[in-house]
Ligand binder design. Sequence first.
Ligand code: UD1
Ligand code: CA
Length: 457
Amino acid sequence: MKINAIVLAAGKGTRMKSKYPKVIHKLLDKPMIMHVIANLKKANVSNIISVVGYQAELVKEVVKEESQYAYQNEQLGTGHAIMVVEELLKDQQGLTIVICGDTPLISSETIEALIEHHLHHKNSATILTGVLDDALQYGRIIRDENNNVKEIVEYKDADDTIKQIKEFNTGTYIFDNQILFNLINQLDNDNAQNEYYLTDIIAIMYQNKLKVDGCILNDLEETIGINDRKTLAYAQKIMQEKINDKLMANGVSIIDPASTYIGSDVTIGADTIIKANTHLYGPTSIGEDCLIGPNTEIVNSIILDNTTIIHSHVHDSTIKNNVKIGPYARLRQHCVIEDDVNIGNFVEFKKTVFGKRSKSAHLSYLGDSIVGNDVNIGCGSITVNYDGKAKHQTIIEDNVFVGCNSNLIAPIKIEANAVIAAGTTVTNDVPSESLAIGRVRQEIKNDFSTKFKPEDK
Ligand code: UD1
Ligand code: CA
């Protein structure tokens, strides 16, 4: 069955005290609305429409790869937000989920359970509800004698008796799509906030003898709606714990979970150890038996098995097996590091392919380079890849030995088995098997110290 979703994200989020719309603030590495969209997709919801309004272009920019969008130019209420997607959805069959862009903890499992409950009970609408002794400012669920939901009353419109009701509306629902759009125009704004409340559609459905039910969510932490920075931090903590717990349950050691931040799209193999103050983000995958951290950041990268990365940054790169990186290395922009490589302290690679068993143990910069197997890059050697206007390539073939403190002025090619003498500035291509040496010849002045005397005092 086709399932659509409408993600409500037109509100300003005043309490964030931000110049940016609330839903694009991040939890871990992802804007909160993108967690909502990702969870919908995991639950096989295929057609997602985000309703954007306040700073619509910024929100659109964030969601546009993963969701359609519709504009709600004036925020006249959650019911009105549904009216603006009428053109996109009214002719569709199937079901439509409505969810808020600021509830990123509602899991894909909960969305699946809501769909399942709705189908199983043959409802026309199912509301995801929670139960709290004091249900705060949430809308209250009013049930009839058959336990069907007949109405939702907003807190601001509730009298004291209704405020006693413990079951509340989490703001997530599933509707029969045709029924939703047939009835949506019957809403009015005759209420305490003069808004078109989506919640009023429940009473309209009930009066039309359509079956509405609540599906009670037990894990109330999931319902947290983020309205301010404190709740944002709290929600992130919950998400961080859930992700870390799941990884640990699957055989990953996390030495200090509280200081380890792992995004929801990261995978890690068993027996890998993650040490403190480590941040792993983006679609990153790490293999088995790796040692990552402390103080390491890895973003959008693939790390294979048995690799060690300590005190280092790796962005947008691939690191294969048995590689040692760090401490204090930085790899960025599509580096590919082959098996059994050693990259030591204070080494930076940019857009560099580095062959099997090659080494760059200390204080080097390689940019725009292709390096073969079994190459040694001596301490302090660098590629001079930028001439002030353009970047140029360095090619170093297999088995080359680059002596310490060499400057390789690109574009340049050093062929297999060549040796670069320490301190050489290489300006011309170096043929295979040869030695390139280019440095000021050393002179010896004998008896220098006897002739050179500091001024007499
Ligand atoms: C809503 C529900 C309430 C429920 C609560 C759960 C209504 C009338 N009430 O109240 O029953 O307990 O959520 O959190 O629906 N939005 C738009 N356009 C608008 C208005 C809101 O896109 O015109 C978006 C907001 O950006 C937000 C979401 O809808 O993401 C919820 O709106 P909000 O005004 O916060 O509703 P609540 O008062 O929390
Ligand atoms: Ca809210």
